[in-house]
Design a protein around this ligand. Structure first.
Ligand code: 2BA
Length: 148
């Protein structure tokens, strides 16, 4: 029986596996929904962080949040894309971890979320920890176990 709990798999720090902030597609507070939709479409990601000018994180925005917010009774009101701001529709509760948190915490959260926002103690955005980063680490660990 493989014991994940007692093994080194749980020991690495999240900081060793994050996609750093400068490589993460994001939008800024004050950006229009039109701009956010453009960034989401061009990047190909389904949800991205909303940051302020000092790189503090305020929420997450997704294409479906945007579409939902411009749904009228009879049609999609595209003209609202230029009027509304990302802070009007973003999710303000989202999964967060800190740089010195361990895999175990991330493992629990990544069951329900595709990525976690990594923040420092002052709320500055450090990057993201993705489900695929965790799965790659798990694969490496399983290969190691199989070679024993
Ligand atoms: P999703 O956009 O829903 O993407 C789910 C998975 O699909 C990703 O898993 C990745 O394996 C693949 N994928 C989607 N778009 C991709 C692209 N443009 N290039 C390469 N692969 C792509 P993960 O890599 O585990 O990412 C999980 C979630 O983290 C993504 O969910 C996205 O919301 C976010 N994410 C990942 N990298 C990002 C980045 N550089 N900037 C912003 N958000 C990112």
């Amino acid at each position: 029986m493989i014991s994940l709990q007692s093994h080194e798999f749980m020991n690495p720090k999240i900081s060793d596996y994050i996609i750093s902030s400068e490589k993460v597609a994001h939008v800024q507070m004050g950006n229009s929904l039109e701009h956010a939709l453009l960034v989401l479409t061009k990047s190909g990601y389904s949800a991205i962080p909303v940051l302020d000018a000092r790189f503090r994180i305020h929420g997450l925005i997704s294409s479906s949040m945007i579409t939902e917010s411009i749904l009228g009774l009879e049609r999609i009101e595209f003209e609202k894309l230029g009027e509304k701001k990302v802070e009007d529709v973003m999710a303000v509760t989202y999964p967060q971890v800190h740089l010195d948190d361990r895999f175990e915490k991330a493992l629990d959260l990544l069951i329900d979320h595709a990525f976690l926002c990594v923040v420092d103690k002052e709320g500055y955005f450090e990057g993201i920890f993705t489900r695929s980063a965790l799965l790659k680490e798990l694969r490496t660990y399983i290969h190691k176990i199989n070679e024993l």
